[in-house]
Design a protein around this ligand. Structure first.
Ligand SMILES: Cc1cc2nc3c(=O)[nH]c(=O)nc-3n(C[C@H](O)[C@H](O)[C@H](O)COP(=O)(O)OP(=O)(O)OC[C@H]3O[C@@H](n4cnc5c(N)ncnc54)[C@H](O)[C@@H]3O)c2cc1C
Length: 504
């Protein structure tokens, strides 16, 4: 088993390089637009220094003595690491857990869960801390912090075991030089646990499926404090493929299938400036048409912001006549065209790692669609509002391809495979005091989508304000997920604002 630590230094150097050359692109869509870092920002890459027996027992208000050991450090307000560890990637959240359990291994997780159980503390689980709604933290409960679970173990048949907090940057930096890939998202700081437990889509998903479709086995400490493995229960594996985020237990290890990595990726960028809302909507509708039947090696995202309409188009196989034709059509429709050359995949992925320092943001899914028709009636006023709100953008990405596979559908709780487009509304700001205004603007736009009957949403882009979130995220699978919840966490110890509820 290998730790990812060696790759981290490389990743940081590379990230600094990317900032220096001002890399853009999908930064805009997925990973934040504010590369400024103020001195109080926490750095997600900094590794916490263990501090044993850090909790003054006199401050412990629960029945059970709170004693750290070699497997887990219990951290409370006032302790050295508390401030650093209570935050995630989104600075909008300011939660104060009673205890942060910084676990070293499975025994530490079992110890933490048993403590929480005895003392009736709700448990949130944190791997990479990138939840868009702060679902990996809580106020007054326990947060199980898995940031030390960053390992990779190579198995037979191109399979790997991963620690849940392994980030995509660590994973790509390790696997790609060895000619292997696990299809994931683009942002370097997102951890494999949250990504795959909620689905996991990116530039490779149309070719091979979602990250959760590659999940073969999970090891988990359940809400009863038992160490379980999905080998003994296929239903648990089904549930964890898209329905497992902070619901049933703490996933401590994940086995995945990898593929032979493509050697290169080519990305092209197209921009149109100062368009009217009508023109932007027209371009969007043409983008939908052109991306309807893309080859599975291709991915595209359409982004509309206050400044531009932007199209990213990527391909990691040979540029066929069909692909050349699509590129030509995008070129004809836009004003500024940046055509890329095939780039070694190892370095190409880094262009999309984005800003990994914390940002202020309010982002969420605003629907999964079959085609542009679902948007046509309300998209022009929506674009108008976005164009008048600097810091806000709407991105729509291509799903479809292998994601829409009957076997994958059967084997996972992810319910949206028939919908080949996923959209995300994103709003960023720099200073805390700008938040209220930006969130109000976000809310106005998001309401347009909900008021126009958009009902399907992606759990990994959550919003606490979604009506009927249970069916929006999980469709008809929700009640089946509730049975898994009942089996593994009958007292609802592991929970957050949108975790699966016990059946009534
Ligand atoms: C900048 C950015 C870029 C993104 N890009 C993409 C993308 O390209 N594609 C995509 O599909 N998604 C993307 N996302 C969404 C991302 O997949 C989710 O936010 C994901 O949940 C983050 O996982 P995490 O482990 O980093 O976060 P965390 O905040 O640690 O966890 C997220 C959720 O998973 C649960 N969880 C975490 N670890 C465990 C565990 N070990 N056991 C049980 N439950 C656990 C938490 O309780 C929480 O509900 C992006 C998000 C951000 C902020």
């Amino acid at each position: 088993m290998r730790k990812f630590e060696d790759n981290l230094n490389l990743e940081r150097r590379e990230f600094i390089r990317l900032l220096a050359i001002g890399a853009t692109g999908i930064f805009l869509s997925a990973c934040g637009i504010d590369p400024d870092k103020n001195s109080t920002d926490t750095d997600q890459n900094e590794k916490p220094k263990p501090k044993k027996d850090s909790v003054p027992l006199s401050e412990n208000k629960t029945d059970e003595p709170l004693i750290s050991n070699e497997n887990v450090t219990f951290i409370k307000k006032g302790d050295l690491q508390y401030e650093e560890l209570r935050h995630g990637h989104n600075k909008r959240f300011n939660k104060f857990p009673a205890i942060i359990a910084l676990c070293e291994n499975e025994k530490g997780v079992v110890h933490a869960i048993n403590y929480a159980k005895k003392n009736n503390l709700p448990v949130a689980v944190k791997s990479g801390g990138h939840s868009l709604e702060g679902l990996s933290a809580n106020d007054g409960g326990m947060v199980i912090n898995l940031s030390k679970f960053k390992t990779i173990e190579y198995l037979e048949n191109d399979q790997i075991n991963l620690g849940p907090a392994s980030t995509l940057a660590e994973l790509y930096a390790t696997l790609l030089p060895e000619g292997k890939i696990l299809p994931g998202g683009s942002c370097g700081g997102v951890a494999v646990a949250g990504l795959s437990l909620g689905g996991g889509y990116g530039m490779y998903a149309r070719k091979w499926g979602l990250t959760c479709d590659h999940l073969l086995e999970v090891t988990m400490v359940d809400g009863k404090g038992n160490l379980v493995n999905s080998k003994d229960d296929p239903e648990l594996l089904w549930a964890c493929r898209g329905g497992g985020s902070g619901n049933f237990g703490v996933i401590t290890s994940m086995k995945f299938q990898t593929h032979k990595a493509p050697a290169t990726m080519t990305s092209h960028r197209f921009r149109k400036f100062k368009t009217s809302a009508e023109d932007a909507a027209d371009l969007m509708s043409k983008w939908f048409d052109l991306t309807k039947d893309l080859p599975h090696s291709c991915f595209s995202v359409f982004i509309v912001s206050s400044k531009t309409c932007f199209i990213l188009f990527t391909n990691f196989e040979k540029e066929t006549e069909e692909v050349k034709n699509i590129v030509e059509q995008f070129s004809a429709l836009t004003e500024k065209v940046s055509l890329g050359k095939p780039q070694k995949l190892e370095s190409a992925v880094q262009n999309f790692y984005g800003v990994q320092t914390p940002v202020y943001a309010k982002n969420s899914s605003v629907g999964l669609y079959k085609d542009f028709e679902e948007l046509r009636s309300f998209i022009i006023p929506t674009i108008e509002k976005i164009q008048n709100t600097p810091g806000m953008l709407l991105s729509i990405g291509t799903l479809g391809g292998k994601i829409d596979d009957a076997e994958f559908e059967k084997g996972s709780a992810f319910p949206h495979r028939k919908f080949h487009y996923l959209s995300e509304l994103q709003t960023y700001w720099k200073k805390e005091e700008q938040g209220e205004k930006m969130i109000n603007a976000y809310q106005e736009v998001r309401d347009i989508f909900q008021n126009n009957g958009i009902k399907r949403e992606y759990f990994n882009y959550p919003d606490l304000g979604f009506k009927n979130w249970e069916t929006a995220y999980y469709g008809e699978n929700y009640s089946r997920l509730q049975q898994v919840k009942k089996k593994y966490d009958p007292e609802n110890l592991i929970r957050h604002e949108q975790s699966i509820k016990l059946p009534s």
